[in-house]
Design a protein around this ligand. Structure first.
Ligand SMILES: *Cc1c(COP(=O)(O)O)cnc(C)c1O
Length: 407
């Protein structure tokens, strides 16, 4: 573990810890040290680590049939499409292998929608601080100059607006006749856990209807129970035309989905889009099992209850903390914004609290615990986070010999 720089491209700033085993919300490193997981592989392992039913279904399907290609009908893909559409009210699905690919499909649908309407250079409205992925098209839709830098020229066809600002969207509608769609996250995850107001999403729905634009929601992080509803847009009582999913859909097995409703559901014709691995029997069967478990164990409801407990707990212990500027969240997505860069807290949380967290946008601690956490584990996440920040204030004022003693 010493020469971790060896043969891997330096695309990630990794922590010097490697986990070898997991169970539920717990992880163990190579030395047998136990950790509490408050990020779930960045909103992926919602059912926890090493879920026995997921493990069993992977083994069974691997011993039956992994891959045949989309040249043929795939029963598990059809079943998964049916299940997701029934749950969401959408009408048709396209399957791929990641979130970025799901958004690529959505962007291609928007372009087709525009061309059908005679718009030669269709534009998609996207938001400041948005995150939609790392492929060139989704990077261009992403609203983070730090992630885009060095990769110019970015792809044209996006108009950027401030988030949660319906007046900005109305002005854009007047200024630009080429807009064909809006792509937006109901809660900006990478953008610092910013929750769109329900009124904003409802007003977007009305505007899209009036203008003939597609309302495309990126629910890759917010979907599948994470926010305390099956899909975050349900809190606003609206339905999108296009919705993208990935992250939790396979509980760690790679799969993404682009769902569509109405005219958008019939835009692709054979040959216009595709994926070799997308929608293979193994991935789709795993995702069907994920949905079965989420329905049976009422995990969206559980996320709502645990989310209340997490947010109220964080507010109780951190509201008066001198560095804390805001505590935001919805369901089991929580963000604690500090007044300073706190990226060092990720490593300190691991070393000092045996807690997995992430920091996004440099100053916001992000917590995304698995939906299967116990109430006691949520309380433990709150307690460890509070201790982490308490140590932080002490550490910054303590004389050097005190820090040595603490270490
Ligand atoms: C993670 C994420 C993506 C990208 O998903 P990948 O699987 O990493 O390509 C896109 N949009 C949102 C909102 C995300 O959280």
């Amino acid at each position: 573990m010493q020469s971790i720089h060896s043969r891997l491209m330096r695309a990630y700033a990794r922590q010097p810890v490697s986990f070898v085993r997991g169970s539920g919300a717990c992880l163990w490193d190579e030395c047998g040290r136990e950790y509490l997981d408050a990020i779930a592989g960045v909103a992926v392992t919602s059912l926890g680590h090493a879920h026995p039913e997921i493990a069993a279904v992977i083994a069974e399907q691997a011993a039956t049939l992994l891959h045949t290609s989309n040249v043929f009908r795939i029963g598990w893909q059809e079943q998964l499409g049916e299940r997701l559409c029934t749950l969401s009210g959408m009408e048709k699905a396209f399957f791929c292998n990641s979130g970025a690919e799901a958004n690529e499909a959505a962007i291609k649908l928007a372009r087709l929608h525009g061309q059908r309407r005679g718009v030669a250079r269709p534009q998609i409205l996207v938001m400041e601080n948005a995150f939609h992925g790392r492929t060139l098209a989704t990077l261009s839709a992403t609203g983070n100059p730090a992630k885009q830098g060095g990769f110019e020229p970015l792809m044209p066809g996006f108009v950027r607006l401030p988030y949660d600002d319906i007046e900005a969207v109305r002005r854009a509608a007047q200024d630009c006749a080429d807009i064909v769609a809006v792509l937006v996250e109901p809660v900006q995850g990478e953008g610092g856990i910013r929750v769109a107001s329900p009124g904003y999403l409802r007003a977007l729905r009305e505007l899209c209807d009036r203008q003939g634009w597609l309302l495309m929601l990126d629910e890759i992080q917010t979907g599948l129970g994470r926010t305390g509803a099956w899909f975050a847009h349900q809190h606003a009582g609206i339905e999108p035309d296009v919705m993208t999913l990935a992250k939790a859909l396979g509980n760690g097995f790679p799969i993404g989905a682009c769902l569509a409703r109405g005219a958008a559901a019939d835009l692709f014709s054979p040959g216009q889009h595709g994926s070799t691995f997308g929608g293979n029997p193994l991935a789709c069967r795993v995702a069907c099992t994920v949905l079965d478990i989420m329905v049976r164990d009422e995990l969206p409801q559980r996320a709502a209850e645990l989310g209340e407990r997490l947010l109220s707990g964080l507010r109780r212990v951190l509201d008066s903390h001198p560095q804390v500027q805001a505590i935001r969240g919805l369901g089991l997505m929580a963000g604690i914004e500090l007044d300073r860069n706190c990226q060092d807290l990720v490593g300190r949380a691991l070393a000092e609290q045996q807690l997995l967290i992430t920091v996004t946008r440099e100053r916001t601690i992000r917590l995304l615990p698995p939906l299967v956490c116990s109430g006691a584990q949520i309380d433990d996440i709150v307690a460890r986070t509070a201790r982490l920040l308490a140590l932080d204030t002490e550490g910054s004022t303590a004389p050097p010999h005190m820090e040595d003693a603490a270490a």
